[in-house]
Design a protein around this ligand. Structure first.
Ligand SMILES: [Zn+2]
Length: 315
């Protein structure tokens, strides 16, 4: 049986020392026991024992799903998929299971045809293969592209923190068209929000999303005019650039600072609860504070927020 040290060495060799997974991840590598990964998924805090078992089962199903297409890419675009550490596969599968645990029919629709995830051993390998900024969703490849170390970076504290994968998943879901079951263009809508989504369409969620997004955009515009008498938007100006960034940023915040999100904009929060079928506040006694603090400090700094191309879908 492999030891923790051997597992750590495997990562070290594969990523030129650039990816250092937590002990929990290494423990999973040794034991193959999914319970070792619970600290990566706050949802387990709100699940009963039998639900937790079902959650672990769902992670396994996704990880082994024939349409869960995970590639590991090395130097000079070398395909290293056969060397993918199992924990990388299970972590990504776990994020999908966590987002869709209460909407498994939507997850089934999402995995109806192959979904692509390209993970890179180093930032150099990522850039050489066309990766942009800290991670991205590539519409032409229909794939998330992310450096492996970024899967672990928010998990060194006592609670889960930043999660670039969730951000990129927001982009991917924006491009996913539940109606046709295929990847399309960005429309600024999660699956379930478009009337064209057929049986997956959730009219209540759409109504709340439109109302809530309008509130965010109005608050952002107030700040642009220098009016600070209204509440500030939840998200950073970065996510007000366009509809795609809005979906990516707010998805991550829904799963990381649900209390602040809900208090600032109950309509928008309710749209997410409708869409994903649960309220993550039950999984967090208090928010992961980083985004809340960083975003608030921007709006309190007196800087003028940059131009926005956000649009509001028609009712
Ligand atoms: Zn983004």
């Amino acid at each position: 049986m492999k030891s923790l040290t051997q597992s750590a060495e495997q990562f070290h060799a594969l990523t030129e020392g650039q990816c250092r997974p937590q002990n929990a991840a290494l423990t999973f590598m040794v034991s193959q026991d999914i319970r070792a990964l619970d600290q990566y998924f706050p949802i387990v805090n709100m699940l009963s024992e039998s639900q937790t078992e079902a959650f672990h089962q769902l992670i396994r199903q996704v990880a082994e799903h024939p349409h869960f297409d995970l590639r590991l890419i090395g130097k000079n675009k070398t395909d290293l998929t056969h060397q993918t550490p199992n924990v990388v596969r299970y972590l990504i599968a776990g994020h999908l299971a966590e987002v869709f645990f209460f909407r498994q029919n939507l997850l089934a629709r999402f995995l109806h045809t192959p979904r692509h995830f390209q993970i890179y051993v180093t930032p150099e390998a990522f850039q050489l293969d066309g990766g942009v900024s800290g991670g991205c969703y590539s519409p032409s490849r229909q794939s998330i592209q992310l450096v492996m170390s970024r899967l672990f970076e928010g998990f060194n504290g006592t609670k889960p923190g930043v999660c670039p994968f969730l951000h990129e998943l927001g982009h991917m879901l924006d491009h996913f068209d539940a109606g046709s079951g295929s990847m399309g263009r960005s429309e600024g809508l999660y699956p379930g929000l478009s009337p064209r989504d057929g049986e997956w369409f959730n009219p209540r969620a759409r109504e709340l999303f439109i109302a809530g997004k309008r509130i965010e955009l109005d608050r952002y515009r107030m700040r642009q005019t220098g009016d600070v008498s209204h509440p500030m938007p939840i998200g950073h100006p970065y996510v007000f650039q366009n509809d795609g960034e809005f979906l990516a940023g707010y998805l991550e915040m829904f799963f990381r600072n649900p209390h602040y999100f809900a208090a600032q904009n109950p309509d928008l929060y309710a749209a997410y609860c409708e869409l994903f079928g649960y309220d993550p506040r039950n999984a967090w006694t208090e928010d992961f504070p980083h985004y809340v603090n960083a975003n608030r400090s921007f709006y309190l700094s007196g800087q003028t927020p940059s131009k926005t191309r956000l649009t509001i879908p028609k009712l």
